[in-house]
Design a protein around this ligand. Sequence first.
Ligand code: PEP
Length: 261
Amino acid sequence: MVNRRPLIAGNWKMNFDHLRAVAFVQKIAWTLKDAKFSPTEVEVSFFPPFTDIRSVQTLIESDSLGFAFGAQDVSPFDEGAHTGDISAGFLKKLNCRYVIVGHSERRQDHSENDELVAAKTKAAVKHGLVPVICVGETSDDLEKFGASAVPVGQLRSVLAGLAAGSEIVVAYEPVWAIGSGQAATPAQAQDVCAALRAVIAEEISSESAEATRILYGGSVKSGNIASFMREKDVDGALVGGASLDAEEFAKIVQFPRHVIA
Ligand code: PEP
């Protein structure tokens, strides 16, 4: 049985300029230090806007804060005439560990489809980044097909052709739960995360399925994180709104103190 280190990931979306980003990461670091909570217990990762990454990197590395960081999107291309895009190679040079691909806001706002998400995933892996692959159903999908069908289909098409041994993280984010204040039930999160793990076993390998962290995302707060983390196939959370409040995010990170097995 593989021990999967929990990951709590804060997706800042288009919030915080680089000055606020630095102040925010410092505040989280002090709060966790005061609480004697070490980020070795739980991996904590920030996903700032592109313009903040260099400042966040400098702070985390110079103060040895032990946090990871990544980007919210990546180009499928390595370089060239792609105005406004950022390549995986550039992100790797900034020591990003992760990159989010396929977030529902990009699927909606930028018409990203599974094919493009697959290309971004491959670009990330090629450059040594760990893609955080987001999948999830809309409320219409939920009504028509149930909770698992759409996220399972999305993940299957992204994983097809991915090299065995590639490290990935999967985030199950029901679209209707994002930013709505209405989280999925822990039982639904568990059912879908278990189905996603089965897809990884089929498309890559059972070892990869066992090792891969699968996160739940959608209106996660300090008051509900423990209930998700009790589920056996939920290995962490992708947090949007609540990741912008330092005290709230620090409480979410400290969920092991509230999880009663
Ligand atoms: C997200 O955008 O990935 C997310 C989960 O947002 P929220 O936590 O605000 O629902």
